[in-house]
Design a binder for this molecule. Sequence first.
Ligand code: ACO
Length: 330
Amino acid sequence: MTKSVIIRAVGAGLPERRVSNDELSKTLDTSDEWIRSHTGIGWRHLAADGETTSDLAVRAARQALERAGVTPADIDLIVLATTSPDYFGCPPTACIVQHKLGATQAAAFDLVAACSGFIYGLTVAKSMLLAGTARRALVIGAEVLSRVTDWTDRNTCVLFGDGAGAAVVDLSDTPDQGILNTRMGTDGSGWEYIVIRNGGAAHPYTRGSLAQRKLPVIEMNGKKVFVFAVRTLPEVVRGLVAEAGLTLDDLKWIVPHQANARIIQAAADQMKIPESRFYMNLEQRANTSSASIPLALCDLDAAGGLKRGDLIAIVGFGSGLTYGGALIRW
Ligand code: ACO
């Protein structure tokens, strides 16, 4: 029998603290007017001191598990997408999440694909479930980007927020349900457009480097990323629906990575689709990188915008440069 791979439930994990643009403008040469008009962002959640990526991931995972009606022991795969791990490469943050959840049967690893991380994670989980190497997965996107942000750089720090979103991904006997198809792509020639330059093997910590302010923080060429995003978003969505023998009119929602409202508006114009069919929660959440798509799905679901059987496209793009999407029969 042909199996489908479905998202059984999604969950969110957000820090309590919510910071407005006005609050940022008290310590930074910026304004609510500039940030809203250039990005669409109004607020962002920021982690409390000591609150980590794994903490937010666990909160999101617990909510998703509860909604799916499964226990941590029922999970045998955890894929955690993050750009801001608890520890730099070692150990994988997914292993800390496995321990905190008590998901003792699960193999757990991190996946680094920046803002496309959740899409890449879903693709990996789907492939492993269909191949029989796992039975039920948790795919999580989780970030504490505030710890890899230069809070004196107004070009980047106003854009990002902290949070996590999780999905319980399961096999189903009903055909043509769930994740119908996925796409992943990379343009490595743009690897320098969004980069945490310091602290890795290319630019290791050396004595005094922190004192010289060579901090491991996000550096970005906003204009290059903007152009890349406006090009790839429509390409990915068009490719997904064409491959499935469907049209853009069949989509109830396009749920894009929440980077910038102007990127989404430009993509909507190009695709000749009303902007209202693109779901946006970035006014409230800002850009949470790998967490942004699962958080958007949670918010859309909580607002009653998702019904079983709805056809949606999710699409991500980000550092790498990575991009990808998935067509989902909810
Ligand atoms: N407040 C006030 N002024 C600002 C701010 C700010 N926060 N940031 C920049 N400015 C100023 C600049 O200094 C510049 O001033 P100048 O003309 O005197 O030099 C002016 O505003 C215009 O700056 P631009 O960079 O041209 O602004 P632009 O309209 O291109 O918007 C932005 C910048 C919002 C970053 C845009 O390029 C963008 O959204 N790019 C995409 C970024 C993105 O999506 N990143 C997501 C991926 S992140 C990831 O993968 C982890």
